[in-house]
Design a protein around this ligand. Structure first.
Ligand SMILES: *Cc1c(COP(=O)(O)O)cnc(C)c1O
Length: 442
């Protein structure tokens, strides 16, 4: 058994990573989907179950959040072709992105304005359902819209939900919990932006601030919650519910791709680039996508060069036993949503045989990409979300990407490829802060 230091030292890619260089790490354990799904014991009925539950709660969501009226309480984001952005990226970075480029706009998801609207809201709804069923307040056959009534709000108000967050998960959990009537405390790391704290407080959530990183906020949040028998802790590092909430995205995406006449099959590969923090959101989405498209979808995460925790965890196999500080990196990044120093073990293990690889990106490019998208498509997303474009730009340009293409016999198929940049957040960013971002040059 090699020691942690030996595992780190023996890894060529980690050497570059520790020098804060941009890399594409290819996952050596990626296996054909048939094999992989057996190894990780993929349980598709769990995704069905999550999808059903979200449908069941839709009438309640529609009442609590009138902005979801047009979609009848289903929280889903647009998928948009962005040909002008593709052109802009190609000219700015001298890249040649084959096929078409699309933007999955979780930045514009209702309620939380980020990908966290998927996992976070699902987790709170599941908890509320469990409480109400266990206490004989509802039965499975009820119309869950009744949960908006005062009687239930008073019931939920006896309970408290707590979460540790860099910002967006706190928004998602905080807003949803408060809307249902729960008491809620959000433990925010130093990276969390002031406007997110202000917004949460305005919704009635308690915000506890830490001047340390995400792991500390989680640890403290968990400690406070464990002391209180009426408190439930949302565990971003280990929650299967969060993970499943994210996974539902995939089937809905398939419908959207079908509607746009975008083919995904043996001759039409799909590449998906997902910004990664602790791993839950990109991991859950990847899990779902693999279950829909198998070997025809190629999923890659993107992390900041200063906080590549999932890369460190997966490349060494150490998962949550390693943090970025162990490889000499400070974990400080402008990508607040990705500022996580230690990865989720649950997710790392789930991804071991299905993830294509992980890119890292320099912070200054987040702002360049933000401006390119703003100018070319008139869409604003937050800096963390802009990490996704690094995948599209570098995949075909880098030696590692070329190696991947040859290994998977994709050379003749790239002209038919579709690339999805997963825009993970942004629509709640206040206008004056959005302007500051657009003017930031690092
Ligand atoms: C949380 C977040 C991510 C990554 O999600 P994880 O579950 O932490 O990996 C990506 N982008 C944004 C904007 C986020 O808020």
């Amino acid at each position: 058994m090699l020691s942690k230091n030996e595992l780190i030292k023996n890894n060529q890619v980690l050497k570059q990573v520790s020098e804060i260089k941009e890399v594409l790490w290819l996952n050596p354990n990626l296996a054909p989907y048939q094999e992989a799904s057996k190894i990780i014991n993929m349980d598709l009925s769990a995704i069905d179950d999550a999808e059903r539950r979200l449908k069941k709660f839709a009438p309640l969501i529609e009442i609590l959040f009138p902005e979801t009226k047009s979609s009848h309480g289903i929280i889903e984001s647009p998928l948009k072709e962005i040909p002008n952005m593709k052109e802009q990226l190609n000219s700015f970075y001298s890249s040649k992105i084959s096929g078409n480029l699309l933007l999955k706009m979780d930045s514009h998801l209702a309620i939380a304005g980020s990908v966290k609207a998927r996992g976070g809201i699902y987790e709170v709804l599941k908890y509320a359902e469990t409480l109400a069923l266990d206490n004989n307040m509802i039965s499975e056959n009820d119309d869950y819209a009744i949960l908006a009534e005062k009687k239930y709000r008073d019931f939920f108000n006896q309970y408290k939900i707590q979460v540790g967050s860099t910002g967006n998960l706190g928004l998602s959990i905080g807003i949803t919990s408060a809307a249902l009537g729960f008491k809620v405390a959000v433990h925010m790391s130093a990276d969390a932006k002031q406007w997110k704290k202000d917004l949460l407080r305005s919704k009635g959530a308690e915000v506890v601030e830490y001047d340390s990183d995400f792991s500390k906020a989680v640890e403290e949040g968990r400690r406070m919650s464990d002391k209180d028998p009426m408190s439930y802790f949302v565990d971003d590092e280990n929650s299967m519910n969060l993970f499943l909430g994210y996974s539902v995205a995939a089937r809905r995406l398939k419908k959207q791709l079908d509607e746009l006449n975008v083919k995904v099959d043996d001759d039409h590969p799909l590449f998906v680039y997902l910004p990664c923090g602790v791993g839950g959101a990109p991991g859950g989405i990847t899990y779902g996508l693999k279950s829909v498209y198998g070997d025809n979808v190629h999923c890659f995460f993107v992390e900041p060069t200063h906080s590549p925790c999932m890369l460190a965890g997966m490349a060494t196999g150490l998962h949550n036993d390693v943090c970025v500080q162990d490889i000499g990196i400070d974990g400080k990044t402008h990508a607040d949503g990705l500022a996580v120093g230690r990865p989720s073990k649950l997710v790392g293990k789930m991804m071991d045989h299905v993830l294509g690889g992980i890119f890292t990106i320099d912070d200054y490019k987040l702002y360049d990409n933000m401006r390119l998208l703003h100018d070319s498509e008139k869409i604003d997303i937050e800096p963390s979300a802009c990490a996704a474009f690094e995948g599209a730009v570098k995949f075909e340009k880098s030696d590692e990407g070329k190696e991947y293409i040859i290994k998977h016999k994709l050379e003749n198929k790239m002209k038919n490829a579709s690339h999805i940049a997963w825009a993970t957040g942004g629509s709640l960013v206040p206008e004056e802060i959005n302007i500051q971002f657009l003017e930031t040059h690092l």
